[in-house]
Design a protein around this ligand. Structure first.
Ligand SMILES: [Zn+2]
Ligand SMILES: [Zn+2]
Ligand SMILES: [Zn+2]
Length: 434
């Protein structure tokens, strides 16, 4: 039997056959492989170069085209990111440049790159509310039924065609109903009302009644058959500044009272409630909101609202109080508040509210990673649209804002949605995560 010999690498206890030692120079295979990896890594670090694809570029259309092009992975190249985010570049587009981006997206779709083409169109619809009425027929011919928000601006002709198609197209019915919900004009509202009054034969195949698809597009059909919007407008971004970099520009944002500990305690877990936002009702972001006190304050228990909706009401003195209607969610009594880090008392210090409003649907496609935190605007649902009912009057409550928790805490996750019922002066907070 051949005698095994020790690997010559310091600290290695492996033994190898003499034949292996001849091939590896005396090292065991794991050591040899590790040394090769290290050498490779050293080579990459010594030879990697920065490549700036945006060098000297000023045209946002060209910049976006590059941003949407996947670069082949090369370990020896480090691509320098553009100085602005993709969202910022999109927002800077002029009308003419938006039109060029539409053309580019359609070229990509025609060439078979549907995914990139659709992404570009979604950004243009969300950030600029552009009309795609000239493109929608072609999208339909190419059997593109998703994302449904692309169909918001469909012509009356296309709308009527979609209403017909809902009756016959079993496969795409769900998306067709959502497309109609986004179109949401008088004809669509009447059609949903008719479907509610006399449910069509295909309604039994749906998970929910046809008219319940409208909440995904931010409105509901009232008992009287009218459209009622479920979110406030306009939309103002809430964003976080990076302190001490000189980028805190008061030309684009105002300080805002956010994330302060409240004097009230959570009746479920006993911890202090948090005032997510506090805003003067005279602020233009709340022009659509009828509120009886001088400031709109939305409070919740940031732990318990992950398990169920937390309602707050106003007492006769105008003070916020825990609503008697709150129903402890399953499992909330088992929560150990000590498992959760206390929110830093200055967690809201870096937040600002934008000076200028943005498009109402700016943040509505959560998965496209827009800046999500906002007052007003269509919610960016992580899961299905879910507007809580007011426990006093049972109406659906209107969304008044949302907070992206990944911006609040280092390892934060998920989204807090804020709602109001104006007749009852009730607020609610719910939570979704992926
Ligand atoms: Zn070894
Ligand atoms: Zn709690
Ligand atoms: Zn109510």
């Amino acid at each position: 039997m051949t005698e095994r010999i020790p690997c010559i690498r310091e600290g290695c206890a492996n033994t190898i056959l003499p034949a292996t030692a001849v091939r590896t120079g005396g090292y065991c295979m794991p050591c040899k492989q590790e040394m090769e990896r290290e050498a490779q890594q050293k080579y990459i670090e010594a030879n990697r170069r920065n490549v700036n694809l945006y060098e000297g570029m000023t045209d946002p259309v060209e910049i976006l085209k590059i941003m949407h092009t996947r670069q082949a992975h090369d370990p020896l190249i480090r691509y320098v990111p553009y100085e602005e985010s993709q969202e910022q570049v999109y927002l800077s587009l002029s009308m003419e440049q938006q039109a060029l981006m539409i053309d580019y997206a359609m070229q990509l779709i025609r060439a078979g790159d549907d995914d990139t083409g659709k992404d570009i169109l979604v950004y243009l619809v969300c950030y600029h509310d552009i009309s795609l009425s000239a493109q929608i027929l072609e999208l339909l011919e190419r059997e593109i039924y998703y994302p449904v928000i692309l169909y918001k601006s469909a012509s009356a002709e296309v709308r009527d065609q979609l209403i017909q198609q809902v009756n016959t197209d079993d496969e795409n019915r769900n998306n067709l109903l959502l497309m109609l919900a986004y179109i949401g004009d008088e004809v669509v509202v009447r059609q949903f009302q008719q479907w509610r009054q006399s449910p069509p034969h295909w309604a039994v195949q749906l998970h929910v009644a046809p008219e319940h698809h409208t909440t995904e597009a931010g409105w509901e059909l009232t008992n009287e058959g009218q459209r009622r919007d479920l979110f406030t407008t306009p939309s103002y971004a809430l964003y976080k500044v990076i302190e001490n970099t000189g980028t805190d520009d008061t030309l684009i944002g105002d300080p805002m009272s956010m994330l302060l500990p409240s004097a009230n305690n959570c009746k479920w877990c006993g911890r202090k409630l948090t005032t997510l936002i506090e805003l003067d009702v005279g602020h233009p972001a709340l022009q659509d909101v009828a509120w009886n006190s001088e400031r709109l304050r939305v409070q919740t228990c940031v732990i318990c609202s992950c398990y169920g909706v937390v309602y707050m009401e106003m007492d006769s003195a105008g003070e916020l109080c825990w609503s008697a209607h709150n129903v402890m969610p399953m499992g909330a009594d088992d929560l150990d508040p000590d498992d959760y880090a206390q929110l830093a008392p200055d967690a809201g210090r870096q937040f600002r509210i934008a000076i200028a409003s943005r498009q109402a649907y700016h943040a509505s496609e959560w998965a496209m990673e827009p800046s999500l935190s906002q007052i007003g605007g269509h919610p960016g649902w992580v899961q299905d649209a879910e507007y809580p009912n007011c426990p006093c009057c049972s109406s659906r409550m209107r969304a008044v804002g949302q907070l992206d928790w990944s911006e609040v805490e280092e390892y934060g996750d998920g989204m807090y949605y804020m709602f109001i019922c104006e007749p009852c002066q009730m607020t609610a907070v719910s939570y979704q995560q992926s």
